[in-house]
Design a protein around this ligand. Structure first.
Ligand code: HH2
Length: 269
């Protein structure tokens, strides 16, 4: 098992920065960049050097319209990376919705389960008992269907109540909740969840936010290419931190770390 995860930081304290490491050909921003083991490990080392607190390893893209990947292929992609990172300085999460994949990743040295489906797999709750932490994210449907599942009567309350119910299934010592920006949400709904993040923070569970380079930022700022969304991603990270997020899942660790450290320094001054 790799380095242990620290407890969630205090509200408005130094937030955790979760570095994204997608070992996929088709992730919406970093797809194809880290498929070779040496490139994945170099990226993890660069993120650690830049101030990441934890590395999130994924082997299946969940972007809208992404093709599903079977467990065997997902494991072929992620296990060599997780095994290599297990002896490294940072805790490692596995970004998967399959209980079998999560279990194998934990055996290989990961210590956190990050499940975008919020423990939809009936076997996942039992697997989380072997993890130090679980991230329970809100979504509806799957990447193929979620764009058509954006009707909510009361978006913020429904997301909060769903997350509370799903978090109750997880058996890890730490359970994080995540609004799932961009997952079965229009751009306006992702902005609204960010604006009303305090409703999730008020549950008392630590909140993790993944806004990095997502299309709602592009839609808001007129930036169709994810490569042009760093300023918007930093603004979203700032908005999340100011509303009480305790971890930010990002592609760009160094600029996010600087942004958050400065905000925390202003707060402490
Ligand atoms: N977003 C993505 C994947 N996993 N996990 C959590 N907890 N929260 C998120 O917002 C989240 C997530 C999608 O981003 P990315 O991994 O960069 O892309 P892809 O799914 O195309 O691999």
């Amino acid at each position: 098992m790799n380095a242990p995860l620290p407890p969630p930081p205090a509200l408005r304290g130094r937030p955790l920065v979760v570095g994204i490491l997608n070992v996929t050909p088709d992730s919406f921003h970093d797809g194809g960049q880290h498929e070779a083991l040496d490139r994945a490990l170099a990226q993890a080392a660069a993120m650690a050097q830049a101030g990441a607190d934890w590395i999130d390893v994924g082997g299946e893209s969940t972007r809208p319209g992404a093709a599903a990947v079977d467990a065997e292929l997902e494991l072929r992609r992620i296990l060599p990376v997780i095994r290599a990172l297990a002896s490294g300085p940072l805790p490692v999460s596995v970004d998967t919705s399959k209980a079998a994949v999560a279990a194998a990743a934990l055996r290989a040295g990961a210590c956190i389960v990050n499940d975008v489906t919020g423990l939809a797999d009936p076997e996942m709750a039992a697997v989380t008992a072997d993890a130090q932490a679980t991230v329970v994210m809100h979504m509806r449907g799957d990447p193929a269907t979620m764009r058509d599942l954006t009707d909510y009567d009361d978006l913020v309350a429904e997301v909060r109540d769903h997350l509370l119910a799903r978090a109750g299934r997880a058996r890890s010592p730490q359970v994080w909740i995540d609004p799932g920006l961009g997952f079965a949400k229009t751009a306006a709904q992702s902005l609204s969840l960010l604006a009303h993040l305090d409703a999730l923070v008020a549950t008392g569970l630590p909140v993790l936010v993944g806004a990095s380079r997502k299309s709602f930022i592009g839609a808001t700022l007129g930036q169709p290419a994810s490569a042009d969304r760093l300023p918007g991603s930093l603004a979203a990270a700032a908005a999340a931190w100011q509303r009480g997020a305790r971890a930010l899942r990002v592609h760009d660790v160094a600029p996010t770390r600087q942004l958050l450290d400065l905000l925390a320094a202003v707060e402490a001054a």
